[in-house]
Design a protein around this ligand. Structure first.
Ligand code: ATP
Length: 364
């Protein structure tokens, strides 16, 4: 079936069975995808999952082995890159070192023989969009990483492409700048209403910036959905553990809404049966003293007894590792000035709502 991210909006970019083989190995396996006009879609997955190869096929930099790339109603599968009307931004910026910022941005327009006064006007406009007007005469080496990445963005936008393609554009920036640029790229993309495809291996980036997330593994599509969809309703154990942190416990479902995990028993939504893996997000769990009667008001809860193994202070969070029947469970709690459980070995109990338990089958 065709996995579609369209929900009534016009499809702008469509991939039909897009495939890339290198000899025996398959980098991208029959990918179907529909990107609605004006949406920012993230291709998200671990290294080697085929996301860059997919983007490069869309850009025309790699020739597909099979399948089609369609923009609007035009099949562009074999169209050369320069005719595709796409703006590209790479991780490496790829600026011309000997040219000024303004010249770098003007380059694409000069190649297209745009008249000089219009070039000047559009370069100014593009540099305004990325807030770099004041640095127009600098050389790339006289700019910070974030500023260079903004030049690369201005250079991609100045040709007024119909689709913007971004390949890990923020990976070379430090954490603070990355946050800033995330918002900046998102704001520009939305104000222009431009369709964009964004390649990243960073789930936070994908969740926070994009309208839809396309999770890939081994050249295949695992799930397509809104950020909330893929985080709250992951379609597979892979998606659940790749998008956000999660605890995983293997057990046997009894068919009555319970799952046994060794000597322990937990309740799960529905009535699954057979070998299963249950997953719970660390921030959905709560750590309490053993024997406390604390409860999550009016909710059906699971409760597992264990011992505190480790406490990690990460500023806004405390991460507790708890030994529960030989398995390690991680519980996250908001840090109140670092106060919380401290003493390793303390007998504790882990609580979570039954409805916050995700269940996946593990075959027969
Ligand atoms: P990364 O984030 O590390 O760039 P990726 O998800 O973008 O990873 P791709 O670069 O698309 O992954 O690569 C997908 C698969 O295709 C990998 O297994 C890679 O080794 C393989 N591959 C990519 N380019 C070639 C090539 N030119 N020849 C042979 N195999 C290739």
């Amino acid at each position: 079936g065709s996995a579609t991210v369209s929900d009534g909006r016009d499809v702008h970019l469509r991939l039909d069975g897009l495939t890339k083989r290198y000899g025996e190995s398959v980098a991208v396996a029959a990918l179907d995808l529909a990107v609605p006009k004006g949406e920012l879609v993230a291709l998200l997955g671990p290294s080697g999952c085929g996301k860059t190869t997919t983007l490069r096929m869309v850009a025309g930099l790699i020739k597909p082995t099979n399948g089609r790339i369609v923009v609007g109603s035009n099949d562009i599968t074999i169209m050369p890159t320069y005719r595709r009307d796409m703006g590209l931004v790479f991780q490496s910026y790829a600026l011309f070192p000997h040219m000024s910022v303004a010249k770098n941005v003007a380059f694409g327009l000069e190649m297209r023989s745009v008249p000089k006064p219009e070039i000047e006007r559009r370069v100014k406009e593009a540099l305004g969009m990325v807030r770099l007007e004041a640095l127009a005469e600098r050389k790339p080496r006289e700019l910070s990483g974030g500023q260079q990445q903004r030049v690369a963005l201005a250079r991609a936008l100045v040709i007024r492409p119909s689709i913007l393609l971004l390949d890990e554009p923020l990976s070379n920036l430090d954490a603070k700048l990355r946050d800033e640029m995330r918002n900046e790229i998102r704001d520009i993309q939305q104000s222009l209403g431009i369709t964009a495809v964004f390649v990243t291996h960073d789930q936070v980036e994908a969740l926070s910036m994009c309208d839809k997330v396309v999770v890939m593994q081994g050249g295949k599509l695992e799930q397509v959905g809104t950020p909330v969809d893929v985080y709250e309703h992951p379609a597979s154990p892979f998606v659940a553990s790749f998008v956000g942190r999660t605890n995983r416990l293997k057990g046997t479902a009894q068919g009555d809404g319970s799952v046994t995990i060794g000597a322990m028993k937990v309740l799960v939504p529905g009535r699954p049966g057979g070998k299963v893996e249950i997953m719970v997000r660390p921030h959905r769990m709560k750590l309490v003293e053993e024997g406390s009667v604390e409860d999550v008001a009016g909710q059906e809860v699971n409760r597992l007894a264990g011992h505190l193994k480790r406490v990690t202070f990460v500023g806004d969070l405390l991460q507790y590792s708890v030994d529960v029947g030989g398995a390690e469970i991680v519980v996250e709690a908001a840090s109140d000035h670092g106060r919380g459980f401290r003493i390793v070995g303390t007998p504790v109990a882990v609580l979570w709502r039954v409805e916050d338990t995700m269940v996946f089958g593990r075959g027969a």
